[in-house]
Structures are given as C-alpha cells and as structure tokens.
Design a protein. Structure first.
Length: 137
C-alpha cells in the first residue's frame, strides 16, 4: 500500500479541517472537508454542500475533484478527508467512483474524525474490482 509520510499527511489533514469549516450543512449538520493533492503538487480543497431537495447535495471529495479538474488538473497523488463526526467517515460510493476516474488504485486515502483519529487506505482497497476509463476501450 502506498502511504503518505507523516508530515504530508498532517499537512493535508490540516487543510481538510480548514475546508470543513466552510461546509454548508443546514440539514444534517455533518461537516466534511477534503484536501486532494494533484501530481503537480497543488492542493484542492472541498467541503460538502447540502441542498433542501437533498439529491443535488455534493460531497467534499467531489467538490475538490471537480474544482481540480475544472482548473486543468487530471492526476492526483493523495486525498485527506475529515468529518465532524466521532468516527472517521470513508468516501461514499459515488465519491469513490469519481476518484477512480482520475486516480490510481494505489493512491493513499486518509480519512479522519473530529479528534484527528484517522484510517489510511488506498483507493483500490476502498473500491476493489472497479470500472474505469480503460474498461471502455
């Protein structure tokens, strides 16, 4: 498994907690922040954004990916995700698939709770036997 070194992990978690502060969650009050690192070295932050009709709600991870892609970044080396809950919250299935579009299976995924307890995994471990762009060829 690819792993982040401690300094990089802590820096990305700090940035994800900053992003979490901008979450718009008037319904669930469950804030999530994400820090996605592009292979360029640039960091892209995202937070969850809720909507009264629920379906258009967007997760922090997808917000970060969509911001990065809209700015021209297409390859990523790591993501850190934090939440306001008492347990680390792994990316949802939709976010895992969106990440899979642009990220390698061995990309580190770190997710943490409100007290900085974290779990580190890889995208491939979170989304085994995935379907990606190469499967359409």
């Amino acid at each position: 498994m690819s792993k982040l070194d401690e300094t990089e992990r802590e820096h990305m978690l700090d940035l994800a907690y900053e992003a979490m502060e901008r979450a718009y969650t008037p319904y669930s009050h469950f804030n999530v922040g994400a820090c996605l690192k592009g292979e360029s070295g640039r960091y892209y932050l995202g937070c969850n954004i809720e909507n009264a009709s629920y379906t258009p709600t967007n997760c922090a991870e997808r917000t970060a990916v969509f911001k990065a892609v809209s700015e021209g970044e297409r390859n990523f080396s790591a993501i850190a995700i934090v939440c306001s809950g008492k347990n680390p919250a792994a990316p949802c299935g939709v976010c895992r698939q969106v990440l899979r579009e642009f990220c390698r299976d061995d990309m580190p995924v770190v997710f943490a709770d409100n007290k900085r307890n974290y779990i580190e995994s890889t995208l491939g471990e979170l989304l085994p036997h995935s379907f990606g762009p190469e499967d359409l060829l």
